[in-house]
Design a protein around this ligand. Structure first.
Ligand code: HEM
Length: 192
């Protein structure tokens, strides 16, 4: 149930970001047409894969959380330090999957870095969220699930997902060749 709830919440996050992005889309100071075309070829696919993998990791995380709820209730909410050891495969899969998330996010960051100030800022945000997210995960796993870190881990994951989605929208715009400077047919007529 938590998993479905989280999946729908992420969908709403993506829809809201899409609406804001459409409303605010301004012409990015892009570096060069050559760069723009190179960017859209493979980068959109990389961003899509990254978003899907992060989404999958968040779904896995909510399954870990459901398991935490079961284990903690069975232990009568006592002996917190022993809960993680009882989590089973959902936790080990989630932990291992963070390697895939890390590789994809770092590759995305590498690709976005030279594509103008806006995409570089998004890339910086992605690195920051990834580092903090993994640190929070390690603190949860090896520090007996401190309650304050639980919502932090969830929030950072959601922000990372949002930044990746904004990156996809911005890269999509790079593929649209700017019409600025190209006179329209009617403008030609006026000049002539
Ligand atoms: C790399 C990206 C990661 C993402 C996007 C991510 C995401 C999530 C999410 C969304 C949850 C559910 C939180 C909740 O429902 O309250 C979760 C739970 C959890 N994650 Fe991660 N995680 C990541 C990495 C890690 C790592 C590296 C570890 C540990 C080595 C870890 C350990 C845990 C633990 C122990 C929980 C259960 C926490 C709880 O009880 O709330 N995570 N994760």
């Amino acid at each position: 149930m938590v998993t479905i709830h989280m999946g729908l919440a992420l969908l709403i996050v993506a829809m809201l970001l899409y609406a804001v992005d459409r409303a605010q889309a301004q012409d990015e100071p892009v570096v060069a047409i050559r760069h723009q075309i190179a960017a859209t070829n493979g980068l959109k696919a990389v961003l899509w894969i990254g978003i899907i993998v992060t989404f999958g990791q968040i779904v896995l995380g909510t399954q870990v959380r459901e398991q935490v709820d079961i284990v903690s209730a069975a232990a009568n909410y006592a002996n917190r330090a022993s809960w993680v050891a009882q989590l089973g495969s959902s936790f080990t899969t989630h932990r291992a999957f963070s390697i895939a998330v890390t590789v994809l996010v770092l590759y995305t960051v590498y690709e976005l870095w030279s594509l103008g100030p806006y995409l570089r800022r998004l890339a910086q945000g992605m690195v920051a969220m990834l580092v903090l997210e993994v640190l929070a995960g390690l603190v949860l796993a090896y520090g007996a699930l401190p309650p304050a870190v639980q919502p932090v881990h969830l929030t950072l994951a959601t922000i990372l997902f949002g930044l990746q989605f904004l990156g996809l929208l911005a890269v999509g715009r790079l593929g649209v060749k700017p019409e600025i400077g190209v006179p329209t047919r009617s403008a030609h007529g006026v000049v002539a």
